[in-house]
Design a protein around this ligand. Sequence first.
Ligand SMILES: *[C@@H]1O[C@H](CO)[C@@H](O)[C@H](O)[C@H]1NC(C)=O
Ligand SMILES: [Ca+2]
Length: 268
Amino acid sequence: MKSPLAFLLLLLLGSVLPTPVEMVEESLLYPYGPAQSDRQNPKADDGASPEIPISMSFTFYGKDHRSLYVNNNGVVSFGVAVSQYTPDPFPLADGRPFVAPYWGDVNNALGGDVYYRESQDPGLLRRLTRDMNQYFPAIPFTATWAFVATWDRVAYYGSTSQKVNTFQAVLANDGQVTFIMLNYGMIQWTTGTASGGNATTGLGGTPAQAGFNSGDNKNFYNIPGSRTEAVLRIGQTSNVGVPGRWVFQVNDFKVTGVPTESSSDCWL
Ligand SMILES: *[C@@H]1O[C@H](CO)[C@@H](O)[C@H](O)[C@H]1NC(C)=O
Ligand SMILES: [Ca+2]
């Protein structure tokens, strides 16, 4: 040991390593990555997947969609790819339908991966069915189709730090009822430098936005804390009693269990 200070530092580092928390976070996210044969987005700032055809039409507030895009900046979109990196609050003036687990200036060329897959894997569908039946016992639902998009340890634009975010959007369908589930792992930054953020902290400026925008100007939701520094703690919030998880029925507007932005009952 070169110095007692170094030893103390090691002790401190050891005590803040997020091992047990990380295990909890990993089980919150549905399985993803190469082990699931996920496809992977190009490593490009503001990049996106190609248009992805889906085998089952996804109803999003009365509109049926047959394809979607997974965008590096934290958005699943219908109809059009998204390169916009500074988020606007929902509803969007131009009516683009978005599912936005964490809309902000990801740069996966600096770190991290963006994965996606369509799935009808029986194990995955069973887990989705069980979760939805638990959260929404009054809504009959047996998943027959799912789409899983995951942003795994992604860095922010202009980063000079090691900070990364992990989050996921799961789309679920049984041919009639559709849900979106947003899952949050480790969230360490809110803002890229082109959105006014600080290069070393990844904070400040215009922070990330989470929620969804149906495109009809009427049905949308901003998860409380969006576009404020509080979005950094989104992993501790929920509308279904599971910290780090938000779930919405989206085939039709349902307000059940969704707190308003001014209420505080989602902060656990
Ligand atoms: C960024 O944050 C660091 C740490 O808080 C601070 O020292 C630095 O002055 C900030 N940079 C700018 C440009 O505000
Ligand atoms: Ca970006």
